[in-house]
Structure formats: C-alpha cells, structure tokens
Design a protein around this ligand. Structure first.
Ligand code: ZN
Length: 165
C-alpha cells in the first residue's frame, strides 16, 4: 500500500466529525411540528400507531427538517456517465425506493433534493447513512463504480457514482 492509498484508508475509517445538527439530549419526549417525527430516549423515530399520544411532549424541529430548511445536506450523491442518460428513469426510481425504505427505518435519513437540471444527477440527503446506502444500492443494481469521501472540515459525505456503457 503506498502513501496515497494509506491516507485514503485512514480517511475512510476515521470517525466522522461531530454533526452540528444533532441536538444535545433533551429531557422527555418531543414532536417535530413539521414532519411529526417523535423524539424519545435520545433518538428520533416515526410515530407508531400504538404510540400516537405522546404525553407531555415538547415541540422541537428535528435535525432532518432543520437541514432541509437550511439546505445544508449531510450527504451529497453525484451520478454521472453515459449509462445514466439512457437509464435515468430506472435510476431515479431506485433512488426514490431506497429513500422510502431508509426513511421508514430511520426518521432522520431523507432526500433533501434530487436535482435533475444538469447532465449529472445530484441528490442531497439529510443523513450520511442514506447517501452511503444509495451509493451501494446503485452499485448493486447497476454495477458501475462509486467513491465515498468524508469531509475533513465538516460533518458529511460526498458519494460519486458513475457508469459508462
Ligand atoms: Zn422534522
């Protein structure tokens, strides 16, 4: 392993920088007024039918809604390559399907924007986990190659996926 690979490896395994949007633990329960995610015991989750009444909950905007409001993604996924142009519809479908599954399990993992305006497709997410999962889902479904880069200065990940036909 040369020096460059070594530094890439270190980058990959280092602990991510602290997420400025993860609020410090609060006492009791809270409900996000925008998306109705429920906070309790240190985590945000979706209201379960058997748990529709949250007693004494405070109102607190969740980290995902705050990121959406500020347009400050934690994950950015950039897709490129000629394969993308021929299979755009299928690829977008896979992205939306993957988000739906991820979001159902993890309330704070959501897509902020799917920008289809340029040749590349740019997807921004509220969580680093979703950006990673999208990269892996694309590889699993369409092959191609992806790269994952964690930012040194800020909490976040940049994922690039591409495939040329
Ligand atoms: Zn919310």
């Amino acid at each position: 392993m040369d020096k460059f690979q070594q530094s890439q490896k270190n980058k990959l395994f280092k602990t991510p920088t602290h997420d400025p949007y993860s609020a410090s633990r609060i006492e009791g329960a809270a409900v996000c007024p925008k998306c109705e995610a429920v906070y309790g015991a240190g985590t945000w989750s979706w209201k379960r039918p058997e748990n529709t009444v949250v007693h004494g909950a405070q109102t607190l905007t969740c980290p995902a809604c705050r990121r959406i409001e500020d347009d400050r993604p934690a994950g950015t996924l950039t897709l490129s390559g000629s394969f993308l142009h021929k299979h755009r519809g299928e690829i977008i479908q896979l992205i939306e399907h993957t988000e739906k599954k991820e979001k159902a399990e993890h309330a704070l993992e959501r897509i902020i924007k799917l920008d289809d305006a340029t040749d590349d497709l740019v997807v921004t997410t509220t969580g680093i986990h979703l950006a990673n999962r999208l990269g892996h889902a694309l590889e699993a479904a369409f092959k191609g190659s992806s790269e994952y880069h964690y930012s040194d200065s800020e909490y976040g990940v940049n994922v690039r996926w591409s495939r040329e036909e």
